[in-house]
Design a protein around this ligand. Structure first.
Ligand code: ME8
Length: 552
């Protein structure tokens, strides 16, 4: 689709390979996928990046405990992440791995530039270290946390000769930047947390380690840098720009499995700066403070928004391996098999911790949302309307004869406002708001059927033109709702669109025309053949036990 619309670049965190995918990593990736699909449907060129963070001591140790090389462990688990995200129909454009040669070369280039500019220097540091998170915490934080690490283990006092990034020199610039860009960190509560921490004063951060070898080595030509490998966090943050070849020293495109640029597609570099870095709240400081400062030091533009969602928890408790209450891939598979991948996506996207509070995962909550929104919601509305068109109009969409306003429903205005609200919400990464705006059209259809009772009118032959009018409006509203909801439920909404004789979205979520055209009232042609088909979302029994976890 030729387009003059601005590029949209969205990323997820790159996930540690010493763990398998679980509800958390799948959640953030689903959020990004939904936004990416919507923006492609809107006609914007999109680059959606996800991937794996493969260096560091934790990976080195996990691999050793299994008798594997770190790379072999990384290969194994990177493949698990990729497969899990594909299973959930995530349409990423590139899966970056920090062991990709193109990434490593660009990280070294960043270090060269930062050392040259004096923003990175060699120094000594002593402080409280969280071994699990591979990060130092300040004296204040250590005290607040009772000298416990994120995983509950004691913090350790560590001393290192390291290269440091002169973060302290960016305090004023960052404060001004936050002032000028109130939407940089979202939601608002997260922004306030960062602002609060600014008051403690920014300290320089170590960017190298000598305590292990599994990392990107410092460039050889830098004196005194042998044995120093790049601190895993700095290596990781750069993925957002190395994936676009922004620091490439050679003109050749980067490695990895990025799809070759096709004619008419914008150059990779034009995607920077990112619209959204979607992350979890625990890694906000790196993204909200260290990352923009690194970019400022490199004279590169800063991203538009860091969106830090909260956590999925279970029965009011944090999910952890030791509690054994993690929603793992086996559980996700079981739900997808029992209710469909799209039902899982819908639950994640609409009931998740997108805002500042954690969200509890519970089976009754899943069944309630599934029945309310899908089985009794859009699934039921579609079946009823398709059934009636089949029964009363021999399966051909009736002709509304130019009437679009009926029984107090101004349908073109409703469709227009649904599109406008969904678009504006999506631009603000308010996914639940965008999906609610789209779903409201389907709810309107229910209310309209209740108010007009077409099945009763159909008993009177003289009222058939009005029945046709009602059913046209219902079908057209459902077509538009399904078009807007395809970013959340690509397979099921493709099915709905096809039943109404419409073209489904492409596998990446784009359509042959942008949403602004597709969602105009009146796109459904009278006479189009419809197909009733099987029930889309069979009702779930709220008394049945949760599905049994199944291996992928
Ligand atoms: O932190 N609920 O990787 P990671 C919701 N490699 N989301 C959750 C979650 C939960 N309970 N648990 C995890 C790292 N997540 C670094 C990132 S980025 C330059 C480097 C999600 O494997 C959430 O997005 O620990 C969180 O930020 C991410 O997984 C952490 O993944």
């Amino acid at each position: 689709m030729p387009t003059t619309q601005p590029p949209y670049y969205i990323t997820t965190p790159i996930y540690y390979v010493n763990d398998r995918p679980h509800v958390g990593s799948c959640y953030t990736t689903l959020l990004a996928d939904c936004a990416a699909r919507f923006m492609r449907a809107a006609g914007r060129p999109v680059f959606f990046l996800t991937g794996t963070d493969e260096h560091g001591q934790k990976v080195e140790k996990s691999a050793a405990s299994r008798g594997l090389t770190p790379k072999a462990l990384a290969d194994e688990n990177a493949a698990h992440f990729k497969t899990a995200f594909q299973f959930l129909h995530c349409s990423f454009d590139h899966f970056i791995r920090t062991t990709d040669a193109a990434h490593e070369a660009q990280v070294q280039e960043a270090l060269r530039r930062l050392i040259k500019s004096g923003d990175v220097y060699l120094g000594t540091f002593e402080g409280w270290y969280d071994e699990g998170q591979e990060e130092y915490v300040t004296e204040n934080q250590a005290r607040e946390k009772n000298f416990k690490a994120f995983n509950g283990q004691p913090l350790v006092k560590a001393k290192e000769h390291n290269y440091y990034f002169r973060l302290s020199a960016f305090q004023k610039r960052l404060e001004e930047f936050f002032e000028k860009n109130p939407g940089f960190v979202r939601p608002e509560a997260r922004r306030n947390e960062v602002l609060g921490r600014f008051k403690e004063g920014l300290q320089d951060v170590p960017v190298s380690r000598t305590s292990f070898t599994w990392g990107v080595p410092f460039p050889k030509e830098i004196e005194g840098a042998d044995r120093h490998v790049t601190y895993v966090w700095i290596d990781a943050l750069f993925n957002y720009i190395t994936a676009l070849d922004l620091l490439s020293v050679s003109p050749a495109p980067g490695g990895g499995d990025v799809a070759p640029r096709q004619r008419g597609q914008p150059p990779l570099a034009s995607f920077w700066p990112a619209q959204v870095h979607a992350i979890g709240k625990e890694i906000l400081w790196f993204h909200a403070v260290i990352w923009p400062a690194l970019l400022m030091a490199l004279n590169l533009p800063t991203p538009h928004c860091i969106y830090a969602h909260s956590f999925w928890i279970r029965d009011g408790k944090k999910m952890s391996k030791s509690l054994g209450n993690f929603i793992d891939l086996e559980t996700i598979h079981a739900y997808c098999n029992a209710f469909s991948v799209d039902a899982w996506r819908w639950f994640m996207l609409t009931q998740g911790p997108i805002e500042a509070t954690d969200a509890d995962f519970s089976h009754p909550k899943f069944v309630e949302a599934y029945n309310a929104d899908l089985a009794n919601g859009i699934g039921n509305a579609s079946s009823r309307v398709l059934n009636m068109i089949e029964k009363y109009f021999a399966g051909a969409v009736p002709d509304p004869q130019g009437n679009s306003n009926h029984a107090g429903h101004d349908w073109p205005a409703l469709a227009q406002s649904s599109l406008a609200s969904a678009t504006s919400a999506m631009e603000h990464f308010d996914l639940a708001g965008a999906l609610a705006a789209a779903m409201s059209l389907s709810k309107r259809v229910d209310a309209y059927i209740v108010a007009t009772e077409p099945y009763r009118m159909a008993k009177d032959q003289a009222k058939m033109p009005e029945v046709g009018l009602v059913l046209y409006h219902c079908a057209e509203a459902l077509r538009i709702a399904a078009t807007l909801l395809a970013c959340a439920m690509p397979a099921k909404m493709s099915d709905v669109l096809q039943r109404f004789g419409q073209e489904p979205p492409r596998p990446d979520g784009s359509f042959s025309r942008p949403l602004s055209e597709l969602c105009k009232w009146g796109g459904l042609k009278p006479g189009t053949r419809v197909v009733k088909g099987e029930g889309l979302f069979p009702r779930a029994d709220s008394d049945a036990p949760p599905p049994t976890p199944t291996p992928p």
